[in-house]
Design a protein around this ligand. Structure first.
Ligand code: NAD
Length: 267
């Protein structure tokens, strides 16, 4: 079923690693031209090299399948420039995947989390999504519609006794923002959905769970007995990005291996 994103133009933030990188590869394999954005220049260039080497789909005449853009999503001017670059390069924008996010190592409970940790987390995880929506939706309006996907998290809908207060609050904000934007833009042929990954085997979580005991503390609660893979999220993002999801907007799309349905898990 190749070609589900034929002639579409996508921006993916946080494309230097994890979900963003796997999504860039998959979107391009399905025919999209992908503008890969990340704060880490080396990482995002490596993603573009992978995309170009692994993509066999035909692209817009004379254009590379993917381009790398260094962008800090917390900075409005950089996100505006990112969207401008996509339109200058490929002529339009159909898919805005606001995926970049951080989990700060000093993020903790209400008593111990420093204000600077809270502010940094909110600037990237919440404002970064807002800027992506602001400029992405403006570009989509000019060509008659599109699909916005904002990466939230299962922690936005579930409580956890292993605290990361700023991160959890930031992802709750992403869900609420996504729902409202979906309603505001529903009659403009712009769909806005949240992707809610479960715990994944990517650097973001594995760097945080840096001991076997910390990993085990989570694994016991996972119905499938394993962490998820970034590519499993990329496949869900592909669905939301594509016209296969044409009647889906405003949803919290849970891709969590059943975690949010669990009371006790199998032994
Ligand atoms: P990752 O750490 O593998 O990749 C994140 C990428 O974002 C990195 O390449 C990093 O350089 C980039 N980035 C960080 N700050 C940035 C900024 N200010 N501007 C631009 N790029 C920036 O993480 P991942 O697991 O692929 O996570 C992607 C998204 O999924 C995040 O929003 C994360 O919160 C969310 N998520 C992850 C998990 C998980 O378990 N890994 C679970 C739920 C939700």
């Amino acid at each position: 079923m190749a070609g589900r994103l034929n002639s579409k133009v996508a921006i993916i933030t946080g494309a230097g690693s994890g979900i963003g990188r796997e999504s860039a590869i998959l979107f391009a394999q399905e025919g999209a031209c992908v503008v890969c954005a990340d704060i880490n220049e080396t990482a995002v260039q490596a993603t573009v090299d992978k995309v170009i080497s692994q993509s066999t789909a035909p692209t817009l005449t004379g254009k590379p399948t993917a381009v790398a853009v260094v962008c800090n999503v917390a900075q409005e001017d950089q996100v505006r420039a990112l969207v401008d670059r996509a339109v200058a390069e490929y002529g339009r924008l159909d898919i805005m995947f606001n995926n970049a996010g951080i989990m700060h190592p000093q993020d903790n409970d209400a008593m111990t989390t420093d204000e600077s940790v809270w502010d940094t987390t909110m600037a990237i995880n919440v404002k970064g999504v807002w800027w992506g929506c602001k400029y992405g939706i403006a570009a989509m309006r000019r060509t008659g519609g599109g699909s916005v996907i904002n990466t939230a998290s299962f922690v936005a809908v579930m409580g956890a006794a292993t605290p990361q207060l700023a991160y959890t609050a930031s992802k709750g904000a992403v869900l609420a923002m996504t729902r409202e934007l979906a309603m505001v833009h529903a009659r403009e042929n712009i769909r806005v959905n949240a992707l809610c990954p479960g715990p994944l085997r990517t650097p973001l979580l594995m760097d945080f769970l840096d001991t076997p005991a910390k990993k085990e503390r989570r694994l016991v609660h996972l119905p499938m007995g394993r962490f998820g893979e970034a590519v499993e999220q990329a496949k869900a993002a592909l669905f939301l990005a594509s016209d296969d999801a044409s009647y889906i907007t405003g949803t919290d799309f849970m891709v969590d291996g059943g975690l949010s349905a669990a009371y006790v898990t199998a032994e």
